[in-house]
Write a protein that binds this ligand. Structure first.
Ligand code: ATP
Ligand code: SF4
Ligand code: MG
Length: 360
């Protein structure tokens, strides 16, 4: 797998990807857990796509599958023209060098028995230069890159002597020391103190700007996704239900679930704190027991009786480039015209009879 990149090719092409786990139910029975179902997504060179959604929606599994770390049940992940499912031996090692991950928890992801220098050098032992001095210089450069400076002082320290933010910087240095082309950051700031979060996100943005890094940013937090990503993909029950440029998605959400997520974001303006904010009730479904049709239907205030609980809505492209999977925006002209407005009167009245509240 070469480092040459064809500028016309997307870096990553996820095609109809499904990941199903089989969990043991009894001695002789397993049951399928549909963690990711039919996801398609393309990431261009240097692009950042945020994946947002509630707990259990499949964000981590999607990210892991793009790194060859979760079993692909159906579909493909194409990295720079190569199906990663077919990689083995040296080709797989080369891919592992070029595609890296930053995990959520900087406390458990770093061995407490290794010094910072050893932790950052570890990936180099497999994929990097064999010369010890060259390795050492790469480690120092990676530590300086993540602003653990002076690096010579940090290499001798153990993780327990560092703050949460500093530990996450060590994790980032471990990922960056191999100069990757593709990075998955799985909730990289959710477990560190609030004061360090903005700094870490700023650092990630800086690293992205230094090279042509393609980024999958996994988060619960729509506000940081809007700030950090070029596009946002909203996941619900293993599927992408809405995909659009970040500002467009946050300012003009189309899917009832996205509207509900945005409604739950705290109001930054204290003057508006007392305004009633609509929030959708209920729990996300169990991936081992998904409802038929649209998985959001049991919670959706706009659900169309006789349609939503029967048919899975496909992800369709609206005229403004926004993509949405919802029967309120049908692909054909049977109910609406895909202009970006919810379709017909019959749909609106169906929603009204259910008492729509997630209008964002
Ligand atoms: N190795 C596994 N074996 C069985 N089920 C799994 C496995 N990994 C994930 N799952 C299930 O797949 C579904 C999606 O999980 P995933 O961790 O991808 O969600 P998530 O969106 O990252 O959630 P969170 O926000 O809590 O991190 C969940 O129902 C989870 O229990
Ligand atoms: S209107 Fe129907 S398809 Fe759209 S989110 Fe609600 S339940 Fe799902
Ligand atoms: Mg997760």
């Amino acid at each position: 797998m070469s480092r040459e990149h064809d500028q016309t090719e997307p870096v990553l092409r996820i095609e109809e990807l499904s990941v199903t786990f089989f969990v043991r139910q009894s001695l002789f029975r397993t049951r399928p857990v549909h963690a990711v179902s039919g996801v398609s997504l393309v990431l261009s060179l240097g692009e950042t796509v945020a994946v947002v959604g509630e707990s259990g929606s499949g964000k981590t599994t999607l990210g892991r599958a793009t790194l060859h770390l979760a079993p692909i049940s159906a579909g493909r992940v194409i990295f720079e023209g190569t199906d990663i499912g077919e990689l083995e031996g040296k080709e797989l090692m080369s891919f592992r060098q070029r595609a890296q991950v930053i995990f959520q928890d900087p406390f458990s992801s770093l061995s407490p028995y290794m010094r910072v220098g050893e932790l950052v050098a570890e990936p180099l032992a497999i994929h990097g230069p064999k010369d010890r001095e060259e390795q050492h210089q790469r480690v120092l450069a990676a530590l300086e890159q993540v602003k653990l400076s002076p690096a010579e002082e940090f290499v001798e320290q153990y993780p327990h002597t560092l703050s949460g933010g500093q530990r996450q910087r060590v994790s980032i240095a471990r990922a960056m020391v191999l100069d990757p082309d593709y990075l998955v950051a799985d909730e990289p700031v959710s477990m560190i103190d609030a004061s360090s979060r903005a700094e870490i996100l700023y650092l990630l943005a800086e690293l992205r700007a230094q090279g042509e890094l393609t980024f999958l940013y996994i988060t619960h937090d729509l506000a940081s996704a809007r700030h950090f990503a070029d596009r946002i993909a909203v996941m619900y029950a293993g599927r992408i239900v809405e995909l659009a440029p970040s500002a467009q998605l946050v300012d003009e959400p189309r899917h009832p679930y996205t509207k509900a997520l945005l409604a739950a974001v705290p109001e930054p303006d204290p003057a508006n704190r007392l305004h009633e904010r609509p929030v959708v009730g209920g729990e996300p479904p169990d991936a081992a027991d998904l409802p038929a049709g649209c998985a959001f239907a049991p919670r959706c205030p706009a659900a169309i009786s006789g349609v939503c609980e029967v048919q899975v809505p496909p992800l369709i492209q609206l005229d403004d480039g926004h993509e949405v999977a919802c029967h309120l925006y049908p692909a054909g002209d049977s109910i609406g015209d895909s202009t970006g407005e919810p379709a017909s009167e019959s749909v609106s009245s169906a929603a009204a009879t259910k008492g729509s509240s997630a209008s964002g």
